[in-house]
Design a protein around this ligand. Structure first.
Ligand code: MF3
Ligand code: CO
Length: 250
């Protein structure tokens, strides 16, 4: 395991990469409406990333065929945008965005409602966002990474939600996936957080069971029981005073 700590200079570039990811989220949030295809969202995301002189990190990553991931309802992560997938009122859609700017990556996902959604879906979104921020409370020098995982797990338990076990957060920097891997539940990790670490925290919580499958497209992860799932992710910088969110507007 080797965790790359970033210099102030490197963190500053990561803030710019994160700002671009946040700009894409802002643009897509306004575009998410009944009748829009996920392919249209992908095209818009690509355009905003290019306009900002960045590159789409996901495109071509292990052969991934699009700029963003669009995961609807029971889809957990890695849903592939398509001109055949049309948003309808009542859906929830996780949009996961990665942008590489001057050699550094920003990675952030958010789950958005389309039109009016059910009360249980509203609870799922609120709880998963709360789990992300509960975890971020512990992203501080000398804290245990285990406490980040524990806070996410406890939030899931509080709302009686399933926790996706096979995927999690990760270090991020010159590449999208660096050490450490971050589980969204306690694993007795001994890792101690230090200033300069840059890590993406990304709880994926389910209205039903923990278990997931991968579809035949070899990307789309879905819940085994087909119940809805939500995903919220920020790339953050560990400081002595707490988490500095990098994937936000500057
Ligand atoms: N945010 C996701 C992750 O951290 C995005 C990966 S999608 C991929 O793993 F297509 F690029 F693999
Ligand atoms: Co990620």
């Amino acid at each position: 395991m080797s965790i790359h700590k970033k210099s102030k200079y490197e963190v500053n570039i990561m803030k710019q990469a994160g700002n671009i990811v946040a700009l894409v989220h802002a643009g897509l949030k306004d575009a998410i409406k009944e009748g829009v295809t996920t392919k249209e969202l992908d095209i818009l995301a690509n355009k905003i990333i290019k306009q900002n002189k960045a590159d789409p990190t996901f495109l071509g990553y292990h052969g991934y065929p699009a700029t963003i991931c669009t995961s609807i309802n029971e889809q957990v992560v890695h849903g592939i945008p398509s001109d055949e997938i049309v948003l309808k009122s009542g859906d929830i859609i996780s949009i996961d965005i990665g942008a590489t700017y001057k050699g550094f990556v920003g990675d952030s996902a958010w789950t958005y409602p389309v039109g009016e959604i059910s009360e249980e879906k509203q609870m799922l979104l609120k709880a998963t966002e709360e789990a992300l921020f509960a975890g971020l409370e512990y992203m501080k020098t000398n804290e245990k990474l285990e406490n980040v995982a524990g806070a996410i797990e406890d939030t899931a338990i509080k709302y009686k939600l399933g926790i996706v076990r096979q995927y999690g957060g990760h270090g991020v920097g010159r590449v999208m996936h660096e050490d450490p891997f971050v589980y969204n539940y306690r694993t007795n990790s001994k890792i101690i957080l230090q200033r300069g670490m840059t890590i993406a925290i990304e709880p994926m919580l389910n209205l039903g069971c923990d278990d997931v499958d991968v579809l035949n497209d070899e990307w789309t992860v879905v819940t085994k029981d087909k119940k809805p799932s939500a995903h919220f992710e920020h790339t953050v910088h560990v400081t002595d005073d707490g988490a500095e969110i990098l994937t936000k507007l500057l």
